[in-house]
Design a protein around this ligand. Structure first.
Ligand SMILES: C[S@@+](CC[C@H](N)C(=O)[O-])C[C@H]1O[C@@H](n2cnc3c(N)ncnc32)[C@H](O)[C@@H]1O
Length: 333
Protein backbone atom coordinates (compact mmCIF):
# COMPACT_ATOMS: atom_id res chain seq x y z
CA UNK A 1 0.00 0.00 0.00
CA UNK A 2 1.35 3.45 -0.90
CA UNK A 3 2.20 6.00 1.75
CA UNK A 4 1.35 9.68 1.56
CA UNK A 5 1.97 12.79 3.61
CA UNK A 6 -0.33 15.81 3.52
CA UNK A 7 -0.06 19.19 5.19
CA UNK A 8 -2.95 21.31 6.46
CA UNK A 9 -3.57 24.37 8.61
CA UNK A 10 -2.18 24.22 12.13
CA UNK A 11 -4.37 23.06 15.02
CA UNK A 12 -6.81 20.79 13.17
CA UNK A 13 -5.05 17.43 13.36
CA UNK A 14 -7.81 15.71 15.35
CA UNK A 15 -10.45 16.96 12.93
CA UNK A 16 -8.37 15.73 9.97
CA UNK A 17 -7.86 12.32 11.53
CA UNK A 18 -11.58 11.86 12.09
CA UNK A 19 -12.61 13.25 8.72
CA UNK A 20 -10.17 11.06 6.77
CA UNK A 21 -11.20 7.92 8.64
CA UNK A 22 -14.83 8.66 7.79
CA UNK A 23 -14.05 9.28 4.08
CA UNK A 24 -11.69 6.34 3.61
CA UNK A 25 -12.42 3.57 6.15
CA UNK A 26 -9.38 1.57 5.00
CA UNK A 27 -6.90 4.39 5.45
CA UNK A 28 -4.15 3.67 7.97
CA UNK A 29 -2.79 6.69 9.80
CA UNK A 30 0.89 6.22 10.57
CA UNK A 31 1.87 9.57 12.09
CA UNK A 32 -0.18 12.58 13.07
CA UNK A 33 1.54 15.89 13.80
CA UNK A 34 0.49 19.48 14.05
CA UNK A 35 -0.34 20.40 10.46
CA UNK A 36 0.90 17.13 8.93
CA UNK A 37 -0.48 13.61 8.49
CA UNK A 38 1.36 10.51 7.23
CA UNK A 39 -0.86 7.64 6.09
CA UNK A 40 -1.22 4.50 4.00
CA UNK A 41 -3.83 4.76 1.29
CA UNK A 42 -4.60 2.26 -1.45
CA UNK A 43 -7.20 4.25 -3.39
CA UNK A 44 -6.73 6.53 -6.38
CA UNK A 45 -4.36 9.31 -5.30
CA UNK A 46 -6.48 11.80 -7.28
CA UNK A 47 -9.09 11.37 -4.54
CA UNK A 48 -6.64 13.05 -2.19
CA UNK A 49 -6.45 16.13 -4.43
CA UNK A 50 -10.17 16.72 -3.88
CA UNK A 51 -9.78 17.15 -0.14
CA UNK A 52 -10.11 20.90 0.35
CA UNK A 53 -8.08 21.13 3.53
CA UNK A 54 -4.90 19.50 2.21
CA UNK A 55 -2.26 22.03 1.21
CA UNK A 56 0.65 19.91 -0.07
CA UNK A 57 0.32 16.17 -0.62
CA UNK A 58 3.39 13.97 -1.13
CA UNK A 59 3.88 10.43 -2.33
CA UNK A 60 6.34 9.12 0.23
CA UNK A 61 9.71 7.68 -0.78
CA UNK A 62 11.21 7.54 2.70
CA UNK A 63 10.49 8.60 6.28
CA UNK A 64 12.84 8.78 9.24
CA UNK A 65 12.32 9.42 12.93
CA UNK A 66 14.67 10.35 15.71
CA UNK A 67 16.73 13.11 17.22
CA UNK A 68 19.30 15.14 15.28
CA UNK A 69 17.98 14.29 11.81
CA UNK A 70 19.91 16.00 9.04
CA UNK A 71 19.86 16.25 5.26
CA UNK A 72 22.97 14.12 4.59
CA UNK A 73 21.48 11.19 6.52
CA UNK A 74 18.08 11.62 4.82
CA UNK A 75 19.64 11.77 1.36
CA UNK A 76 21.83 8.80 2.29
CA UNK A 77 18.82 6.75 3.39
CA UNK A 78 16.87 7.56 0.21
CA UNK A 79 19.72 6.95 -2.22
CA UNK A 80 20.75 3.67 -0.65
CA UNK A 81 17.47 1.99 -1.56
CA UNK A 82 15.39 1.50 -4.69
CA UNK A 83 12.30 3.69 -4.96
CA UNK A 84 9.22 3.81 -7.10
CA UNK A 85 8.10 7.25 -8.36
CA UNK A 86 4.36 7.81 -8.59
CA UNK A 87 4.70 10.63 -11.11
CA UNK A 88 7.27 9.42 -13.58
CA UNK A 89 7.08 11.81 -16.48
CA UNK A 90 8.00 15.47 -16.94
CA UNK A 91 10.75 17.28 -15.09
CA UNK A 92 11.78 17.72 -11.46
CA UNK A 93 13.79 19.71 -9.01
CA UNK A 94 14.88 18.88 -5.50
CA UNK A 95 13.90 21.04 -2.54
CA UNK A 96 15.23 20.91 0.98
CA UNK A 97 12.89 22.07 3.73
CA UNK A 98 13.81 22.55 7.37
CA UNK A 99 10.95 23.30 9.78
CA UNK A 100 8.72 24.63 7.00
CA UNK A 101 11.38 26.91 5.45
CA UNK A 102 13.25 26.18 2.25
CA UNK A 103 16.88 25.50 3.15
CA UNK A 104 20.17 25.72 1.27
CA UNK A 105 22.42 22.67 1.34
CA UNK A 106 25.82 21.81 0.03
CA UNK A 107 25.84 21.50 -3.79
CA UNK A 108 27.32 18.02 -3.66
CA UNK A 109 24.39 16.85 -1.55
CA UNK A 110 21.74 18.22 -3.89
CA UNK A 111 23.67 16.74 -6.88
CA UNK A 112 23.61 13.37 -5.16
CA UNK A 113 19.86 13.58 -4.73
CA UNK A 114 19.37 14.75 -8.33
CA UNK A 115 21.58 11.96 -9.72
CA UNK A 116 19.58 9.43 -7.77
CA UNK A 117 16.27 10.65 -9.21
CA UNK A 118 17.75 10.76 -12.74
CA UNK A 119 19.00 7.18 -12.41
CA UNK A 120 15.82 5.78 -10.84
CA UNK A 121 13.02 7.54 -12.71
CA UNK A 122 12.17 8.88 -16.16
CA UNK A 123 12.07 12.45 -14.82
CA UNK A 124 14.34 15.08 -16.36
CA UNK A 125 16.12 17.72 -14.32
CA UNK A 126 14.81 21.30 -14.57
CA UNK A 127 15.87 23.47 -11.66
CA UNK A 128 13.89 26.53 -12.82
CA UNK A 129 10.38 25.54 -13.80
CA UNK A 130 9.89 21.84 -13.33
CA UNK A 131 6.58 20.00 -13.49
CA UNK A 132 7.40 18.01 -10.31
CA UNK A 133 9.22 18.59 -7.06
CA UNK A 134 10.90 16.12 -4.74
CA UNK A 135 11.17 17.36 -1.19
CA UNK A 136 13.57 16.38 1.55
CA UNK A 137 11.88 17.74 4.62
CA UNK A 138 12.92 17.76 8.28
CA UNK A 139 10.35 18.64 10.90
CA UNK A 140 10.73 19.97 14.42
CA UNK A 141 9.13 16.86 15.99
CA UNK A 142 12.00 14.54 15.03
CA UNK A 143 10.37 13.41 11.81
CA UNK A 144 11.80 13.67 8.31
CA UNK A 145 10.61 12.52 4.93
CA UNK A 146 11.43 12.48 1.27
CA UNK A 147 8.42 12.68 -1.03
CA UNK A 148 7.20 13.56 -4.47
CA UNK A 149 4.88 16.56 -4.31
CA UNK A 150 1.79 15.27 -6.11
CA UNK A 151 -0.60 18.10 -5.37
CA UNK A 152 -0.30 21.63 -4.15
CA UNK A 153 -3.13 23.95 -3.17
CA UNK A 154 -3.00 27.37 -4.69
CA UNK A 155 -4.22 29.78 -2.04
CA UNK A 156 -7.38 31.51 -3.09
CA UNK A 157 -7.27 34.71 -1.02
CA UNK A 158 -7.52 36.80 -4.16
CA UNK A 159 -10.91 35.23 -4.89
CA UNK A 160 -12.17 35.99 -1.39
CA UNK A 161 -13.94 39.09 -0.10
CA UNK A 162 -12.12 41.04 2.60
CA UNK A 163 -12.59 39.23 5.91
CA UNK A 164 -14.10 36.11 4.33
CA UNK A 165 -12.88 32.83 5.79
CA UNK A 166 -11.11 30.41 3.50
CA UNK A 167 -13.44 27.50 2.62
CA UNK A 168 -11.23 24.87 4.27
CA UNK A 169 -11.32 26.75 7.59
CA UNK A 170 -15.10 27.05 7.36
CA UNK A 171 -15.26 23.31 6.63
CA UNK A 172 -13.00 22.52 9.61
CA UNK A 173 -15.19 24.65 11.89
CA UNK A 174 -18.25 22.67 10.79
CA UNK A 175 -16.44 19.33 11.39
CA UNK A 176 -15.34 20.54 14.83
CA UNK A 177 -19.02 21.23 15.66
CA UNK A 178 -20.05 17.55 15.25
CA UNK A 179 -23.23 18.45 13.41
CA UNK A 180 -26.10 15.99 13.45
CA UNK A 181 -29.16 15.84 11.20
CA UNK A 182 -31.44 16.92 14.04
CA UNK A 183 -29.58 20.21 14.62
CA UNK A 184 -31.30 23.55 14.19
CA UNK A 185 -28.34 25.80 13.46
CA UNK A 186 -27.77 29.54 13.63
CA UNK A 187 -24.88 31.47 11.99
CA UNK A 188 -25.60 35.09 13.04
CA UNK A 189 -22.39 36.76 11.74
CA UNK A 190 -22.39 35.11 8.33
CA UNK A 191 -20.46 37.82 6.43
CA UNK A 192 -20.06 36.55 2.86
CA UNK A 193 -21.40 33.14 3.78
CA UNK A 194 -18.33 30.91 4.13
CA UNK A 195 -19.74 28.83 7.01
CA UNK A 196 -23.30 28.43 5.67
CA UNK A 197 -21.91 27.48 2.27
CA UNK A 198 -19.95 24.59 3.77
CA UNK A 199 -22.91 23.60 5.95
CA UNK A 200 -25.22 23.47 2.94
CA UNK A 201 -22.65 21.69 0.79
CA UNK A 202 -21.37 18.98 3.11
CA UNK A 203 -23.61 18.56 6.18
CA UNK A 204 -27.15 17.50 7.06
CA UNK A 205 -29.28 19.46 9.52
CA UNK A 206 -32.92 20.25 10.21
CA UNK A 207 -32.91 24.00 9.70
CA UNK A 208 -30.33 26.75 9.26
CA UNK A 209 -30.78 30.42 10.20
CA UNK A 210 -28.21 32.71 8.61
CA UNK A 211 -27.86 36.45 9.20
CA UNK A 212 -25.56 39.45 9.30
CA UNK A 213 -26.10 43.11 10.08
CA UNK A 214 -24.75 44.19 6.65
CA UNK A 215 -27.34 43.98 3.90
CA UNK A 216 -24.81 43.71 1.08
CA UNK A 217 -23.12 40.69 2.70
CA UNK A 218 -26.46 38.99 3.27
CA UNK A 219 -27.29 39.49 -0.43
CA UNK A 220 -23.97 37.90 -1.44
CA UNK A 221 -24.58 34.98 0.94
CA UNK A 222 -28.13 34.48 -0.34
CA UNK A 223 -26.89 34.41 -3.93
CA UNK A 224 -24.42 31.59 -3.27
CA UNK A 225 -25.36 28.51 -5.24
CA UNK A 226 -25.50 26.21 -2.22
CA UNK A 227 -27.81 28.60 -0.35
CA UNK A 228 -30.09 29.63 -3.21
CA UNK A 229 -30.52 26.03 -4.42
CA UNK A 230 -31.32 24.61 -0.96
CA UNK A 231 -34.75 22.98 -0.52
CA UNK A 232 -37.54 25.45 0.26
CA UNK A 233 -37.65 26.40 3.96
CA UNK A 234 -34.35 24.72 4.90
CA UNK A 235 -32.32 27.95 5.09
CA UNK A 236 -33.55 31.30 6.38
CA UNK A 237 -31.14 34.06 5.33
CA UNK A 238 -31.78 37.67 6.33
CA UNK A 239 -30.41 40.90 7.78
CA UNK A 240 -30.43 40.79 11.58
CA UNK A 241 -28.56 42.14 14.57
CA UNK A 242 -26.92 39.21 16.38
CA UNK A 243 -27.28 41.05 19.68
CA UNK A 244 -31.02 40.98 19.28
CA UNK A 245 -32.15 38.12 16.97
CA UNK A 246 -35.83 38.98 17.33
CA UNK A 247 -36.78 36.52 14.56
CA UNK A 248 -35.49 33.52 16.58
CA UNK A 249 -37.67 31.98 19.27
CA UNK A 250 -36.39 31.32 22.79
CA UNK A 251 -34.59 27.97 23.25
CA UNK A 252 -35.07 26.96 19.62
CA UNK A 253 -31.46 26.56 18.41
CA UNK A 254 -29.33 23.50 19.15
CA UNK A 255 -26.10 24.84 17.64
CA UNK A 256 -24.70 28.31 17.03
CA UNK A 257 -21.69 28.15 14.74
CA UNK A 258 -20.04 31.43 13.97
CA UNK A 259 -17.08 33.71 13.32
CA UNK A 260 -18.04 36.93 15.15
CA UNK A 261 -16.20 40.24 14.73
CA UNK A 262 -12.80 40.32 16.38
CA UNK A 263 -12.82 44.10 16.74
CA UNK A 264 -9.63 44.51 14.69
CA UNK A 265 -11.16 45.56 11.41
CA UNK A 266 -14.59 46.86 12.37
CA UNK A 267 -15.82 49.30 14.96
CA UNK A 268 -17.86 47.32 17.46
CA UNK A 269 -17.01 49.35 20.55
CA UNK A 270 -15.62 47.59 23.60
CA UNK A 271 -14.99 43.94 22.69
CA UNK A 272 -15.79 42.61 26.19
CA UNK A 273 -19.09 44.43 26.13
CA UNK A 274 -19.83 43.17 22.60
CA UNK A 275 -19.05 39.54 23.48
CA UNK A 276 -21.12 39.76 26.69
CA UNK A 277 -24.14 41.04 24.76
CA UNK A 278 -23.59 38.44 22.06
CA UNK A 279 -23.51 35.58 24.61
CA UNK A 280 -26.62 36.94 26.35
CA UNK A 281 -28.40 36.92 23.01
CA UNK A 282 -27.22 33.33 22.31
CA UNK A 283 -28.25 32.25 25.80
CA UNK A 284 -31.84 33.24 25.06
CA UNK A 285 -32.17 31.32 21.78
CA UNK A 286 -30.13 28.25 22.77
CA UNK A 287 -32.07 25.06 23.59
CA UNK A 288 -31.18 22.96 26.66
CA UNK A 289 -27.90 21.14 25.91
CA UNK A 290 -27.31 23.56 23.05
CA UNK A 291 -23.74 24.17 21.80
CA UNK A 292 -21.85 27.25 20.70
CA UNK A 293 -18.97 26.94 18.27
CA UNK A 294 -17.08 30.22 18.04
CA UNK A 295 -13.91 31.26 16.22
CA UNK A 296 -12.12 34.33 17.55
CA UNK A 297 -8.69 35.86 17.69
CA UNK A 298 -9.79 37.68 20.87
CA UNK A 299 -9.25 34.55 22.93
CA UNK A 300 -8.87 36.13 26.35
CA UNK A 301 -11.92 38.35 25.92
CA UNK A 302 -14.05 35.49 24.61
CA UNK A 303 -12.98 33.11 27.39
CA UNK A 304 -13.66 35.74 30.08
CA UNK A 305 -17.08 36.67 28.63
CA UNK A 306 -18.02 32.98 28.28
CA UNK A 307 -17.09 32.26 31.91
CA UNK A 308 -19.04 35.31 33.11
CA UNK A 309 -22.09 34.20 31.10
CA UNK A 310 -21.96 30.69 32.61
CA UNK A 311 -20.65 28.86 29.51
CA UNK A 312 -17.99 26.16 29.87
CA UNK A 313 -15.29 25.34 27.35
CA UNK A 314 -15.87 21.73 26.29
CA UNK A 315 -13.25 21.67 23.57
CA UNK A 316 -10.86 24.17 22.01
CA UNK A 317 -8.03 24.38 19.54
CA UNK A 318 -5.61 27.02 18.41
CA UNK A 319 -4.91 27.93 14.84
CA UNK A 320 -3.87 30.73 12.50
CA UNK A 321 -6.37 32.71 10.46
CA UNK A 322 -4.84 35.25 8.05
CA UNK A 323 -1.65 35.09 10.11
CA UNK A 324 -3.47 35.86 13.37
CA UNK A 325 -3.57 33.45 16.29
CA UNK A 326 -7.17 32.41 16.76
CA UNK A 327 -9.03 29.99 19.01
CA UNK A 328 -11.92 27.74 18.08
CA UNK A 329 -14.19 26.91 20.98
CA UNK A 330 -17.02 24.54 21.72
CA UNK A 331 -19.02 26.03 24.60
CA UNK A 332 -22.05 24.82 26.44
CA UNK A 333 -23.75 25.50 29.74
C1 LIG B 1 -15.47 38.11 11.09
S1 LIG B 1 -16.77 38.65 10.05
C2 LIG B 1 -17.47 37.16 9.49
C3 LIG B 1 -16.86 36.72 8.22
C4 LIG B 1 -17.50 35.48 7.65
N1 LIG B 1 -17.14 34.29 8.41
C5 LIG B 1 -17.09 35.33 6.19
O1 LIG B 1 -16.41 34.33 5.87
O2 LIG B 1 -17.40 36.18 5.39
C6 LIG B 1 -17.94 39.26 11.20
C7 LIG B 1 -19.25 39.69 10.61
O3 LIG B 1 -20.07 40.18 11.66
C8 LIG B 1 -20.93 41.18 11.13
N2 LIG B 1 -21.47 41.95 12.27
C9 LIG B 1 -20.87 42.90 13.03
N3 LIG B 1 -21.71 43.28 14.02
C10 LIG B 1 -22.84 42.56 13.89
C11 LIG B 1 -24.04 42.48 14.61
N4 LIG B 1 -24.28 43.22 15.69
N5 LIG B 1 -24.97 41.60 14.19
C12 LIG B 1 -24.79 40.82 13.11
N6 LIG B 1 -23.66 40.87 12.37
C13 LIG B 1 -22.69 41.71 12.77
C14 LIG B 1 -20.05 41.93 10.17
O4 LIG B 1 -20.86 42.59 9.20
C15 LIG B 1 -19.18 40.82 9.58
O5 LIG B 1 -19.73 40.36 8.37
Amino acid sequence: MAEFISSFITGFQDVVQEDLAARFPKIKILNLMDGLIHYRFDGDSRELEKIIYFNNTFFVLKTMKGKGLNFPSLVGAVTSSKNYFLVNKGSFRIRFVQENQFAKVDKSLSRRAEDYVLANSKLKLDRLSPTNEIWFSIRREGFAFCGELISKREFTEKNLNKGELRPEIAYFICCFADINPEDTILEPFCGYGSIPTQLAKKFRFKKLFVSDIEKERVEITKARKQISAAPEGLIDCRVADALNLSHIEDKSISLVITDPPWGFYEDIGDINDFYSKMLKSFDRILADQGRLVILSARKEELEASAAAAGFKIKKSLHTLVNGKKAGLYLLSQ
